[in-house]
Design a protein around this ligand. Sequence first.
Ligand code: ADP
Ligand code: MG
Length: 402
Amino acid sequence: MTDSPTPDLVGRSAAARDAALLARLDPSRPATLVRAPGRVNLIGEHTDYNQGFVLPAAIDLEVWIAAEPWDLPRVELTSLELGETCSFEFDNLGLASREAASWIDYVAGTAWAMREAGLPLRGFRGVLDSTIPVGSGLSSSAALEMASSWALAEPSAERPSPSRMAAIAQRGENAYVGVNCGIMDQFASAAGEAGHSLLIDCRVNEFRPAPIPSGLSIVVCDTGSPRRLSSSEYNTRRSECEEGVAVIAEREQGVTALRDVDAAMLARNRSRLREVVARRCQHIVEEDARVAATVTAMAAGDLAEVGRLFAASHASLRDLYEVSSPALDAMVEIAEGVPGVVASRMTGAGFGGCTVNLVRYGAEQALRERVMSEYPARMGLQPRVWIVAAVDGAGPMPPPAA
Ligand code: ADP
Ligand code: MG
C-alpha cells in the first residue's frame, strides 16, 4: 500500500497475508513471494485498438503467488479463492494439446509465451491468493499472468523490460487462452508506478509515468451489472473505426489508424462518412486529445479541468460511441453529486463493469455511503466500492520479517 488514507481493504495486514501464504509450503525449502497488481483505466477508452493513448494506473488490489522452486519441469498451483489445485508440465504446452478452458491456462499460457520468447522456465509448487474481483474489469487475468511470469522466471536469467514482459503475457492470453485483449492490462500490471498513472502509446507500446495529483484517492464503483460489452458489439465498433480510417485515408496522407486523424481532418471528411461512423470517429479523435489534456491538467493540479475531461469522456462514450448503460450513467450521476468527488466516468469497454472516480482525501467514505444507499434503490443492483491507491508494478516481495 502507498500512503493511501484508507485501511487495508482486505481486512488483514500484508505481513499476515504473506505469512499465511508461505505457511502453506514446505518450511524447510526456500520460497519466494511475488505480487502483481490489477489496474483501472483513468481515461482513454476504446483508443487502444485505434493505436492511440490510454492512461491506466496499477492499483492495490493484487494477486500474490508464494512459490517453492521445483527441480521438475512442472507447475502445481493452488488458488485459495477457488479452493482448487491445478498443474501442468512444460513439455505439454502445445496449443493443440489443451483441453477445456481453466484458470490455470492463464499461468500455462504465460509459460508457453515465455518459452516461445526464448526465456528459460523454472518449475514451482505454489499457492495463489488475490484481492482482485474476478471479471469486474480490474484485470485479475493480467495480474495472474504477471505474477506467474515472476514465479516462472529462472532467477539467474536476465529479465526482459516490463513492456516486453507485458507483450509476452498478452501473447499468451491471445494465443493460448484465446482472449483477444489489448496490451493495456498487462502493461499497467507490469510497469505501474506508485502515485502515478501510465500514459501508454498503444502504437509503439511505450509509456511514461504521469503523476496523480496529491490529495486524491482513486475510488472504483462496480455497477454489479451483469451485462458486458458483447464481442459482436465490440467487433462492430472496431469495424466502424476501420471503415472511418479507410474513407479518410482516400483523401489524407499518412492515415493508417484513427490515431493519425485530428479534429480538422475529421471535419474535412465528415460528410463522406456514414453518420454512425462519423460519431464513432469523433469519439476516438476527441478521446485521444482528452488523454493528453488529462495528463497536462493533472501535472498542473487543475482538478476542475480533470473533472471536465472525465465528464466529457463519459458523455462521449454514452452519446457518440454508445457503450454506456443506464447503470453506468446512474453511478456517475450519483458520484457527481457528492462533495469532494473531483472526476467520475465509466471505465472499461462498457455496458457494465465499473466507474472510476478521483476523490479528495476524506471524501471517500461519503461517496461509498451515497452509492450504497442510492444506487440499489435506483437500479435494483448491488454495487461494490473499492478505495484504492496507485502502486508499483509486479515483482518479488521481500521475505516477511520472522
Ligand atoms: P478480469 O476483468 O478480472 O481480468 P477476465 O475474464 O479477463 O476478467 O479474467 C478472469 C479469469 O482470470 C477468471 O475466470 C480466472 O480464470 C482467472 N483468475 C483471476 N483471478 C484468479 C484467482 N484468484 N484464482 C484463479 N483464477 C483466477
Ligand atoms: Mg482480463
